[in-house]
Write a protein that binds this ligand. Structure first.
Ligand SMILES: Cc1cc2nc3c(=O)[nH]c(=O)nc-3n(C[C@H](O)[C@H](O)[C@H](O)COP(=O)(O)O)c2cc1C
Length: 132
């Protein structure tokens, strides 16, 4: 499966993880959400890995704090039926335990409602990885 890894990042951590995924998946392509034709790139991808941080904006919606927020309402309209899609999230469980990685859920629901076949589920017991 050829993955297109799409990321948005405010301070570079998500970009770093997306680059590492790109290295681990030799056939994958790396795309900065700020620099792509959004509809074309996502609809034409064979499979997607969408990477997002969470930034506490005080809002219950649009929690990424990145360009994902500008697209979130449009994702469900995309033609993504049966496309394999994984969501990768970064956050800070110590400082923001109440809102840890909240933006993942927004992306997950949006891509799922576009018909995406959501993949890559992991137990919360193993999803806490330190960048240090
Ligand atoms: C002001 C501020 C607000 C944040 N809010 C959240 C949050 O609500 N939930 C969370 O899990 N992480 C939160 N974080 C942690 C970031 O998501 C984390 O640092 C992430 O790695 C940033 O990714 P980026 O560098 O790609 O933007 C916050 C960090 C800062 C500095």
């Amino acid at each position: 499966m050829r993955f297109t890894i799409v990321y948005a990042s405010a301070t570079g951590h998500t970009e770093d993880i997306a680059e590492r995924l790109n290295t681990l998946l030799p056939d994958s392509e790396l795309k900065d959400l700020d620099r792509i034709d959004f509809t074309k790139e996502l609809e034409e991808a064979e499979a997607l890995i969408c990477c997002t941080p969470t930034w506490n904006t005080g809002s219950d919606l649009k929690r990424s704090g990145t360009t994902w927020d500008e697209h979130i309402d449009n994702i469900s309209q995309l033609a993504l039926k049966d496309k394999p899609i994984a969501i990768v999230g970064l956050g800070d469980s110590a400082a923001f335990s109440k809102y840890f990685c909240d933006a993942m859920e927004e992306l997950y629901r949006s891509f799922q409602s576009a018909g995406g076949r959501m993949i890559g589920h992991v137990s919360v017991d193993i999803c806490l990885i330190s960048l240090n």
